[in-house]
Ligand binder design. Structure first.
Ligand code: 5AD
Ligand code: SF4
Length: 589
C-alpha cells in the first residue's frame, strides 16, 4: 500500500478505528522505504555540488506520480489475493513481493475465527511463493495469529515472543535472518506498543491486513519494521480460498462475516476486528460446494455474530422491512435494513449437499427470528444445536454489559427455541465477576445455569480490557480471588447440570459423524452427535444399511448410529449399531 493510499483508505476506516494509527502507519511505511531518502547525508549545497541533488530530482521525476497514488487508491474492494504483478509499488519490485521459497511457521491462538484467519493468511502467502513448515527450527518466518479477548491470552504471546527472541539471536549467520510477525487482534489492539516493546518483532498485520503480508515481509527483508493495522469496512477475504492447516476428512469452517457492531461493554472485539460486514452469499455457496465436492461431511459457518448476517452486496435487493429481533431484545446500534439475511443463507447452504451437516457459531441471541428456528427444525442436515451466549443471569449485570436483553427475555427465548426445535442442544458463554457483580447477581447466574441445563458451556473470569466501555465507565471492583471462586462455582454447577442433561441420551440412538480414533484408546472411535457432543464407541465391524449383508469398519467421514449407554458432562459413550446416511437416519432420531 502506498503512503497516500493509507490516508485515502482512512476515510473508509472505522469510526472508532485507528485514525491515529493512520499517520503512524504512514510514517512507518515511509520510513520503511526511506533507506534511500533519509539517511543522514551531506548539506543541500554539497549534495548539489556532487550531483546527488540532481540525482534526487531525476529520481523524483521518474518516481510515482500523484496520478499513481489516485489510481492505487481506487482499487476495487475485493482485490485479487496475489500481489498486483502488473503494477507493483515503485519502491518494491515484483520479485521483492515473492516468498522465494522461504519457510513460514504459523502458530494460532484464540478462537476458531483465528484458525480461519490463519488459513487465509497462509493462502495469501502460499500464492506469493512461500512454503509452509511445521518445524519451528527450519522456519525463516514465524507468524503468530493472536487473541486479545482476555489479558491471559496476550500474556501467552509475550512469553512466546520471549522464546522466539532467543531463537532469532542464536540463528546462524549463514541463514537468512529469522523474521517474526504478530498477526490478528493483538497487533490491532497494541499497534506500535508491540514494536517498541519487542524489537524482535518485524511485522504487524491487523485482522483486515492479511493481503498486505507479502509487502510487509518484503519491507522487513530490508531490516525495517513494517505494520498495517488498518481496519476495513468491507474486507471479507471473499475471494481468498482458505487453505486448511490440518485438513480433516470430515469438517471445515467457512467464514461468513467479520467484525461486530454490538459493543458489549466488556468486549474488545469491535475494536480489534472492526465493523460488522458480511461476505457475499454467492462466494460462501461456492466455497461450501467445493468442500462438498472434496467429500467433507460437515461445515460450520463462522462469524462473531453469524446470525446477524446481512449481505448487502446485491444492490437490487433492498428489502425495506426492518429487522425482526428476538422478542424482548434490543441493539446498541441503529436499526439496519435490507440485504440477504441469515435464514436465506442457511437455507441455501443446507441445500447444497443433504449429506453435509451444517452448524454455525457464534450467534447473538438477539437475532433468532422464527424463520431461522423453523428452518433448523425442518432441515435434516442443519444441526439442532444452538449456542446462546447469556454472559450473566442477572438483569442488572446484563444491563451493565449492554447486552440488550433481560434475564426474563433470555429465558423466554430459551423456551421458545425449545418449543420450536424439540431436542435442541444448547450451549452458552458466561463471565464471572463483571464490574459491580454482587453475590446476589452471581447466584442469579447459578440459577440460570440450573434453569436452562445447557449441554455445553464456556465460562470465563472477567478480564478488564482497555478501550471498552467498561474500562472507561465502570470499575473492575471484584477481587481476583472472588472472580476465580465464582468461576469455580459456575463450572461446578454447569458440570452437574450438563451431566443431567446428557444423561437423557442414555438408551437413545444417536447419529454420529465419525472423526477418528479416540485419543484415550486405540480400540475406540470417536465422533460427534447432532448436538456436537463427543461420542465414544468401540471400533468394531458393523452392518451397512445401504448395502445389506455387508460388514464394514467405520472410517472418518462415515455416519453411524450409536446406542448411548453412559453420559458425563462432556461425552457420551455407547455401542455402534450400523453405518448409515444422514437421510436414512432421520427416521431414527
Ligand atoms: N473478559 C472475560 N471474558 C470475556 N469474553 C469476552 N470479553 C471478555 C472479557 N473482557 C467472553 C464472552 C464471549 C466469549 C467469546 O469470551 O463470554 O462470549
Ligand atoms: Fe464481543 Fe458482544 Fe460482539 Fe460478542 S457480541 S464479539 S461479546 S461485542
Amino acid at each position: 500500500m502506498h503512503p497516500l493510499q493509507c490516508v485515502l483508505q482512512a476515510q473508509r476506516c472505522l469510526r472508532w478505528g485507528p485514525l491515529t494509527s493512520v499517520s503512524w502507519l504512514l510514517l512507518r511505511t515511509c520510513r520503511a522505504h526511506s533507506g534511500v531518502r533519509s539517511s543522514a547525508g551531506p548539506s543541500p549545497e554539497r549534495r548539489q555540488e556532487d550531483g546527488v541533488w540532481k540525482d534526487f530530482s531525476s529520481r523524483l521525476a521518474t518516481g510515482p506520480t500523484f496520478q499513481h497514488f489516485l489510481r492505487s487508491a481506487s482499487v476495487p474492494q475485493e482485490k485479487p489475493s496475489t500481489p498486483d504483478v502488473e503494477d507493483p509499488p515503485p519502491y518494491l519490485t515484483v520479485d521483492d513481493l515473492l516468498g522465494r521459497q522461504r519457510k513460514v511457521y504459523l502458530e494460532t491462538y484464540g478462537c476458531q475465527m483465528n484458525v480461519n484467519d490463519t488459513e487465509i493468511a497462509w493462502s495469501i502467502l502460499q500464492k506469493s511463493g512461500y512454503l509452509r513448515t511445521s518445524n519451528l527450527q527450519e522456519a525463516d518466518v514465524v507468524l503468530l495469529v493472536t487473541c486479545s479477548i482476555r489479558e491471559k491470552a496476550e500474556q501467552t504471546i509475550w512469553n512466546r515472543l520471549h522464546q522466539l527472541k532467543s531463537l532469532k539471536s542464536k540463528r546462524l549467520r549463514s541463514r537468512v535472518p529469522l523474521r517474526i510477525g504478530i498477526l490478528g487482534c493483538m497487533a490491532e489492539r497494541l499497534k506500535e506498543e508491540i514494536l517498541n516493546r519487542e524489537k524482535t518483532v518485524d511485522i504487524l498485520a491487523g485482522p483486515d491486513a492479511y493481503r498486505d503480508l507479502p509487502r510487509l515481509l518484503a519491507v522487513a527483508e530490508s531490516g525495517q519494521q513494517a505494520a498495517n493495522v488498518l481496519l476495513s469496512m468491507d474486507e471479507t477475504y471473499a475471494d481468498v480460498l482458505p487453505v486448511q492447516m490440518s485438513p480433516s476428512a470430515t469438517s471445515a469452517f467457512v467464514s461468513i462475516m467479520r467484525g461486530c457492531d454490538n459493543m458489549c461493554s466488556y468486549c474488545i472485539v469491535p475494536f480489534t476486528r472492526g465493523r460488522e460486514r458480511s461476505r457475499p452469499v454467492a462466494s460462501i455457496l461456492e466455497e461450501v460446494r467445493k468442500l462438498s465436492e472434496q467429500g467433507l461431511k460437515e461445515v460450520t459457518l463462522l462469524g462473531q455474530n453469524v446470525n446477524s448476517f446481512r449481505d448487502t452486496s446485491e444492490v437490487q435487493f433492498n428489502n425495506a422491512v426492518s429487522t425482526n429481533l428476538s422478542r424482548g431484545f434490543s441493539t446498541n446500534y441503529k436499526a439496519k435494513q435490507g440485504g440477504l439475511r441469515f435464514a436465506y443463507l442457511l437455507d441455501q447452504v443446507s441445500r447444497i449437499d443433504p449429506e453435509m451437516r451444517i452448524r454455525f457459531t457464534s450467534p447473538h441471541p438477539k437475532d433468532f427470528p422464527d424463520e431461522v428456528l423453523q428452518l433448523i427444525h425442518e432441515r435434516d442436515n442443519i444441526c439442532k444445536q444452538i449456542h446462546l451466549p447469556a454472559q450473566s443471569g442477572s438483569s442488572r449485570v446484563l444491563e451493565a454489559m449492554r447486552r440488550g436483553y433481560s434475564r426474563e427475555a433470555y429465558v423466554e427465548l430459551i423456551h421458545h427455541i425449545r418449543e420450536s426445535i424439540p431436542g435442541v442442544s444448547l450451549s452458552s458463554d458466561f463471565i464471572a465477576g463483571f464490574c459491580g457483580e454482587t453475590e446476589e447477581d452471581h447466584l442469579q447466574t447459578v440459577s440460570l445455569l440450573q434453569e436452562v441445563q445447557y449441554n455445553m458451556g464456556f465460562l470465563f473470569a472477567y478480564s478488564m480490557r482497555q478501550k471498552t466501555r467498561a474500562y472507561h465507565r465502570l470499575k473492575d471492583d471484584i477481587p481476583e480471588e472472588v472472580k476465580l471462586r465464582r468461576l469455580e462455582e459456575l463450572i461446578t454447577v454447569f458440570r452437574e447440570e450438563a451431566t443431567k442433561a446428557n444423561k437423557t441420551f442414555v438408551g437413545c440412538t444417536q447419529l454420529v459423524l465419525v472423526e477418528g480414533l479416540s485419543k484415550r484408546s486405540a480400540t475406540d472411535l470417536y465422533g460427534r452427535n447432532d448436538g456436537n457432543l463427543k461420542v465414544i464407541f468401540p471400533d468394531v465391524a458393523m452392518e451397512d444399511v445401504t448395502n445389506p449383508g455387508l460388514r464394514v469398519q467405520a472410517q472418518p467421514g462415515d455416519y453411524v448410529l450409536v446406542k448411548i449407554t453412559s453420559a458425563s458432562s462432556q461425552t457420551l459413550k455407547g455401542h455402534v449399531l450400523c453405518r448409515t446416511t444422514l437421510k436414512d437416519s432421520a427416521a431414527y432420531c
